[in-house]
Design a protein around this ligand. Structure first.
Ligand code: ZN
Length: 151
């Protein structure tokens, strides 16, 4: 791992040019972002919810659980953030990755059913009324529009 430590920064919005080595946390949007710890420079977003990630902040450092598996990035890095330290985790086989994704999907579905994930994100934006197909253009799209500074 090129980046061995990630220090937390609590922000309202994610910067357009994030610093490597910073773990950005938006409490308002319940989402975190950092640049991949392998050093490839890709943005890694870890939404906080019971079915996705959770963080622990001890006043100095952040721990993130579960691990970050960047299977969709070319680097396919996999690591654990524990009290600000990045610990490389073992590489998963393609089968394990597929299984992991299936479990993620189930967890997300469960999240939707139980409605345990309806935070401020699901309050409809007055300036943007989703219609028809766009109904499915999901929280994530809305989050992206709202969370990243528009230039
Ligand atoms: Zn990477």
């Amino acid at each position: 791992m090129k980046i061995e430590r990630l220090r937390p920064e609590f922000v309202d919005m994610f910067p357009t040019a994030p610093d490597a080595g910073v773990f950005y946390v938006s409490i308002e949007f319940g989402t975190c972002m950092h640049l991949c710890a392998c050093g490839c420079g890709q943005e890694v977003v870890t939404p906080l919810s019971p079915a996705q990630w959770s963080i622990t902040y001890d006043g100095h450092n952040i721990s993130l659980w579960p691990s970050v598996g960047n299977w969709t990035l070319p680097c396919r890095s996999h690591y654990v953030l524990d009290r600000g330290r990045v610990h490389p985790a073992r590489q998963f086989s393609p089968i394990e990755i597929a299984r992991n994704r299936t479990q993620d999907r189930f967890a997300l579905k469960y999240d939707e059913w139980t409605g345990s994930d309806d935070g401020p994100l699901d309050i409809p934006d007055a300036s943007h009324k989703p219609e028809g197909k766009q109904q499915h253009s999901t929280r994530w799209d809305r989050l992206r529009r709202r969370l990243w500074r528009q230039e």
